[in-house]
Design a protein around this ligand. Structure first.
Ligand SMILES: *[C@@H]1O[C@H](CO)[C@@H](O)[C@H](O)[C@H]1NC(C)=O
Ligand SMILES: *[C@@H]1O[C@H](CO)[C@@H](O)[C@H](O)[C@H]1NC(C)=O
Ligand SMILES: *[C@@H]1O[C@H](CO)[C@@H](O)[C@H](O)[C@H]1NC(C)=O
Ligand SMILES: *[C@@H]1O[C@H](CO)[C@@H](O)[C@H](O)[C@H]1NC(C)=O
Ligand SMILES: *[C@@H]1O[C@H](CO)[C@@H](O)[C@H](O)[C@H]1NC(C)=O
Ligand SMILES: *[C@@H]1O[C@H](CO)[C@@H](O)[C@H](O)[C@H]1NC(C)=O
Ligand SMILES: *[C@@H]1O[C@H](CO)[C@@H](O)[C@H](O)[C@H]1NC(C)=O
Ligand SMILES: *[C@@H]1O[C@H](CO)[C@@H](O)[C@H](O)[C@H]1NC(C)=O
Length: 331
């Protein structure tokens, strides 16, 4: 039976044509639990790596007793000399430790530095983003949800970012810096008066993004002119808010942690209240951003890493992720 698992998983692993010019192949990792038979008990643990040349993955994970997740590659800007892979560890029985648990996953990537402004000296331009792979919440029961009905958006996660293909036990900003890595870790949320647009993200009127860490030269989305609009604390961490419109004219609200947050447990729904109340902040009207209302829908929740550039492979590992979204009625 262990052999059968091998067949199954290897079928997926076969599509690994990592650009030879990039050097190191991602090692095909052994399964964590190949002693548990695949059938009968249904309790096998399947480790799968998606690493094809097109950088496309869209891996659905069902959590039978709760919410599901899809892990997307979300590549924005392709490059010939690049790599973007997903490893995900799913339980065959589709049952996880809680109803809000996502499967453990890691993303390995490498992209070159692509200047945002080609007429500017290289050392004076910001990098362009290449991908924002993320685990998105699939909750047919509660999403989209109006802000007035949103009772809680509990987040409980831990992650590391390291150089190379292996999951790093800890994040070393020094090592990332030595490899000239520009990357972030963020929660991406979209809102709109139209629930369909809110769910699709790209056409939503509002984006709220919470940066738990930023390594490198990139500006947060909607950085505007760099004005800190307001500051708040969650789970003992301080976040500064920047606002602005992006190229798609979406109104973007970026909360940026003042220190990297690799472990977090808390309810982030107060951040929506902060935004709903921004009209009372002095000078806000001059920033050229419109605000959502309590009648608008939150339709999209995704947690992942923004990949800008790096001189070698980077692995973002998420051993723990729970997204506990509840309506007021469920509190
Ligand atoms: C599902 O499989 C996992 C991994 O083997 C195991 O830890 C868990 O106990 C199983 N859950 C149920 C309800 O069988
Ligand atoms: C998970 O959901 C199931 C089905 O709705 C429910 O019976 C169970 O109590 C829930 N478990 C937890 C830990 O909330
Ligand atoms: C790009 O860089 C050039 C040269 O530094 C500068 O004049 C120009 O304003 C920049 N363009 C943008 C859109 O920032
Ligand atoms: C970029 O490099 C040029 C030439 O070496 C230097 O004059 C300039 O100060 C540098 N700019 C920054 C922002 O470091
Ligand atoms: C999770 O996925 C299953 C299978 O597609 C579906 O039946 C179920 O409704 C989904 N659960 C939620 C909360 O969206
Ligand atoms: C960000 O990218 C630039 C350009 O490759 C690089 O010089 C820098 O070291 C990177 N990382 C950091 C932490 O700034
Ligand atoms: C937002 O404003 C309302 C009405 O003034 C107030 O009740 C609420 O406490 C404010 N919330 C925050 C987070 O400031
Ligand atoms: C940013 O824009 C606001 C509103 O126009 C203005 O009050 C503020 O002075 C500006 N800040 C900077 C650093 O330009």
């Amino acid at each position: 039976m262990a052999f059968l698992i091998g067949l199954l998983v290897n079928a997926i692993l076969l599509s690994i044509p990592i650009g030879a010019s990039l050097g190191t192949m991602i090692a095909i990792r052994p399964f964590r639990n190949d002693r548990v038979p695949l059938t009968e008990s249904q309790n096998a643990i399947l480790e799968m790596t998606f690493c094809d040349a097109s950088h496309t993955f869209h891996q659905f994970s069902q959590n039978k007793n709760g919410v599901n997740f899809t892990i997307n590659s979300n590549e924005i800007l392709t490059e010939l000399e690049s790599i973007l892979c997903l490893t995900v560890i799913q339980n065959q029985n589709n049952t996880y430790v809680s109803n809000s648990t996502a499967p453990e996953f890691s993303i390995t990537w490498e992209y070159p530095f692509t200047p945002a402004n080609t007429s500017s000296p290289l050392n004076e331009t910001k990098p362009l983003i290449h991908a924002f792979p993320q685990a998105t919440l699939q909750d047919a029961k509660n999403l989209p949800i109006t802000l007035e009905n949103l009772g809680k958006l509990g987040l409980d996660f831990s992650w590391t970012m390291g150089i190379g293909d292996e999951n790093a036990p800890l994040t070393s900003p020094r090592r990332l810096g030595a490899q000239e890595t520009n990357a972030t870790v963020a929660l991406d949320l979209y809102l709109d008066a139209d629930p369909t647009k809110a769910a699709e993200g790209g056409k939503a009127a509002f984006e709220m993004i919470i940066f738990f860490a930023m390594y490198g030269l990139e500006d947060p989305v909607g950085f505007g002119n760099g004005t800190i609009v307001t500051t708040t604390t969650l789970d003992g961490n301080t976040f500064n808010l920047f606002v602005g419109q992006n190229d798609a004219l979406q109104n973007v609200f970026s909360w940026v942690a003042t220190e990297p947050i690799t472990d977090f447990t808390g309810d982030i729904s107060p951040l929506f209240n902060n935004i709903l109340n921004l009209s009372t902040v002095k000078g806000f009207a001059d920033l050229g951003v419109s605000l959502p209302t309590v009648k608008d829908y939150l339709g999209y929740v995704g947690f992942g890493t923004q990949a800008y550039n790096s001189l070698g492979h980077v692995t973002f590992w998420v051993p723990k992720l729970h997204v506990d979204l509840r309506s007021f009625a469920e509190l």
